[in-house]
Design a protein around this ligand. Structure first.
Ligand code: ADP
Ligand code: MG
Length: 737
């Protein structure tokens, strides 16, 4: 895909992706990356710290990635041993969640065999006995513990046959100096088993950290937050927060320090994303779409097959305004499955064409591109707008013809897959690029789309399913954001049930009655990696099973999977679309976007193997017509707790926004597809699920600041600006932009 340079040279999307310094990132560098004056002390190699030495330094680097004094300082304890809160064993009740007890180890033995083999020990205090159990590392634990010694034990409380017990507890020998009854909180640091075995346990790390604090003073940690925020939020100073996160005198100190540091993490990340966004608004150049013209108006007034929802109208307006500003648009469009994002994309593309530009739409799969092509072709036929499609399987002669018509500007609307990014694709005048079903493309590709050195096209990114607000704020915080929060009228919720495999006969009977009344059915099998042979065989077996229930010639079955070539896929897909086949057996190849309104039942085999957003996306393939639709989640009887949670969420709600929140909650922020590489999720302490309140607060503080002082030139922001500079140098933040 080529864009016209200011001096009329053509260049491709690929060139632009390779290009490092876009206008925006350049401006930002001027803004925050002048000269770094990182505190010299903190960048000292860790082996220079008293008590470390080369051997320990080596281990710290390998096991914990602690290379410098600063790294050690930011290696935070994951909890504190509260010597002041020890429960008496005799007073433990089942209501308690976690307990800390102190007592003498009086018994140890290995019981059970093979998988149930475990180490069982008993700890006694004045009031009773508690059982401790290990299933892993048995030999190691047994060797490390001493019968008759006194231990402080912490862990999650369980009850077995009415007796209290802890599985895999944390144990610390009670040392004489600690046993004085003096109250204090002791930090417990994350360490690896290897470090422990070499004597570098949590306590040893604590000693090193204490050692390090002796060398530091407040001037090594100047305040970085604006004074107004520190005072309005009643935050402790940065220096106090760092000390209290390691060595708090009371748990209240620790909690306050945690809040302050989490806030700071969110605040800095939000500030960066906000500055990127604001720099783009101020410095980037975009093509100006000054008018809405005939194509748009004619389509809107004469050929639009339905009334737009209010949400669609609002979003279209946001996009139209954006594209008229002379700045490049980078907008994320969110909406639930079936909320009608496609028509919004199409009408945005018409605005580009009205202004004399070309527009393209990139889809993640061939099937989806084909479907958009059919849909666009028929919708745009009355406007006499020719649509072209370009995919990996476009034949050579046809491809030559299409490339020529794109290059000369004859073709205004082009739909395609990744093939659109190839260097051979040259546009005469591209004004808008729409990327459908964003999660298939990945954040990195998106981020690179706009760091270009010349006038890039407007970009509209559409998500397949909603993204939780907190995630949108962190992973996509540099984009502007539109949301379609309303479904077209008349949609009926899809009735969703979870059935065990042994209910198959009833499920098949139900499907037969649906087919008898003219409806169509999807059977989806998990096939995560197209190359995995075993899963492929599973799919074939599944196909045979379905065939056994639904024999020809009464029933006809289509099948689509990733190992087929494009033609085979297309033939099978079209037979299903034309209702020549009543059943579609497939993999997640058909997950996104496919639209067959007559299909009324989605059966998902081994549903426990799918993630929540995938399940929701698959379910969205039915319920597209006026008839009642069903989603049947099949699983074996042995399903893990998390999978069970997912299935019950699916049965409980059709709301993609709720499902997205739940998904994030269940999986945790570290695991969300396509966001890891963005760099913005790597918070040390903060967690976008648990600390969402703090995130919201940080975001609103940042919004206020950037509105008043987008370049951070005010004296009250000078410390902040300095901090960003240093931190940028330290973390090579440039990776993301
Ligand atoms: P998604 O947001 O999942 O991409 P689509 O754009 O595929 O959803 O739209 C789903 C279906 O809803 C399509 O068949 C489309 O024609 C239809 N549709 C879109 N907008 C409206 C509307 N305002 N009123 C009625 N039907 C609509
Ligand atoms: Mg879609």
């Amino acid at each position: 895909m080529f864009y016209k340079h200011k001096n009329n040279a053509l260049f491709t999307l690929n060139d632009m992706m390779k290009h490092e310094d876009g206008i925006v990132s350049h401006q930002l560098k001027v803004l925050i990356l002048e000269k770094s004056n990182l505190s010299a002390l903190l960048s000292n190699p860790i082996e220079y710290l008293k008590g470390v030495g080369p051997l320990r330094a080596d281990m710290l680097k390998k096991e914990l990635e602690i290379f410098t004094f600063g790294d050690l300082l930011f290696h935070f304890p994951y909890r504190h041993l509260d010597r002041t809160k020890v429960q008496m064993i005799g007073q433990i009740t089942p209501q308690m969640d976690q307990v800390q007890v102190r007592g003498i180890l009086i018994h140890m033995e290995i019981v059970g065999e093979r998988r149930s083999k475990r180490l069982v020990a008993q700890l006694r205090d004045r009031t009773g006995i508690i059982e401790l159990t290990w299933f892993q590392g048995i030999t190691w634990v047994q060797k490390a513990l001493n019968l008759g010694a006194e231990y402080l034990v912490f862990g999650k409380l369980g009850f077995f046959l009415g007796k209290p017990q802890i599985t895999h507890p944390e144990l610390e020998p009670v040392q004489v100096e600690n046993a004085t009854g003096k109250e204090f909180l002791e930090p417990v640091y994350p360490v690896t088993e290897k470090l422990k075995a070499r004597g570098l346990n949590g306590r040893a790390i604590g000693k090193l950290t204490q050692q390090l604090f002796l060398l530091l003073s407040e001037k090594d940690f100047p305040e970085n937050l604006p004074p107004a925020i520190v005072s309005s939020e009643k935050f402790m100073s940065r220096w106090d927060a760092l000390r209290n996160i390691h060595f708090p005198p009371t748990s209240m100190h620790k909690d306050e320090a945690m809040v302050r540091i989490k806030f700071e993490e969110f605040f800095v990340a939000q500030l960066r994303l906000g500055m990127l966004r604001s720099a783009r608004h101020r410095f980037s150049h975009g093509v100006v779409f000054s008018k809405v013209g005939d194509y748009f108006n004619q389509f809107y007034h004469e050929h639009l097959p339905f009334e737009l929802t209010n949400a669609q109208k609002r979003v279209l307006k946001e996009i139209r305004v954006d594209m008229g500003t002379g700045k490049q648009m980078n907008r994320l469009l969110q909406g639930d499955v079936g909320s009608g994002k496609t028509v919004v994309a199409l009408m945005s593309m018409l605005i580009a064409i009205d202004n004399g530009y070309q527009a393209c739409l990139m889809a993640p799969t061939e099937i989806l591109a084909r479907q958009h092509y059919d849909n666009f072709s028929s919708l745009l036929a009355p406007l006499e707008l020719k649509v072209e499609i370009l995919t990996g399987s476009t034949k050579a002669a046809e491809k030559r013809r299409i490339l020529e018509s794109i290059k000369t500007g004859v073709c205004k609307v082009i739909i395609g897959t990744h093939a659109l990014i190839e260097e051979t694709v040259q546009f005469e005048k591209l004004g808008l690029a729409v990327i459908d079903e964003q999660h298939k493309f990945g954040v990195a590709q998106r981020a690179k789309l706009w760091q270009k050195s010349t006038i890039p096209p407007h970009v509209l990114v559409m998500t397949a399913t909603p993204i939780p607000r907190t995630l949108a704020m962190t992973a996509y915080g540099d984009l502007d954001y539109s949301v379609i929060d309303e479904l077209p009228p008349g949609r009926k919720p899809i009735h969703t049930v979870h059935r065990l495999d042994d209910a198959r006969p009833q499920v098949m009977d139900f499907i037969k009655t649906e087919i008898a009344s003219g409806r169509q059915i999807y059977f989806i099998f998990p096939l995560i990696e197209e190359s995995e042979k075993l899963q492929y065989e599973d799919l074939m077996q599944g196909y045979e099973n379905v065939k056994a229930w639904f024999p020809e010639p009464q029933y006809w079955i289509s099948m689509v999977h990733g190992r087929m070539n494009a033609d085979q896929k297309e033939v099978n897909m079209q037979r299903f679309v034309r209702n020549d086949t009543q059943i579609m057996v497939g993999t997640t190849v058909i997950e996104v976007g496919v639209n067959v309104p007559n299909a009324s039942v989605m059966v998902i085999e081994s549903a426990e193997k799918f993630g929540l957003s995938q399940l929701h996306q698959l379910r969205g393939r039915v319920g597209r017509g006026s008839e009642k639709s069903y989603c049947i989640l099949l699983s074996g009887s042995k399903v893990g707790r998390e999978a069970k949670d997912r299935l019950s969420v699916m049965c409980a709600t059709n709301d993609g926004f709720k499902i997205a929140e739940k998904d994030l909650e269940l999986r945790g922020p570290g695991d969300i597809q396509g966001t890891r590489q963005s760099g913005v999720m790597n918070f040390r302490l903060a967690n976008i699920v648990e600390d969402r309140g703090i995130l919201e607060k940080a975001k609103s503080c940042v919004d206020v600041i950037l509105k008043e002082d987008p370049d951070l030139t005010s004296p009250s922001h000078s410390m902040l600006k300095n901090f960003l500079k240093e931190d940028q140098a330290k973390n090579a933040w440039g990776k993301i932009s």
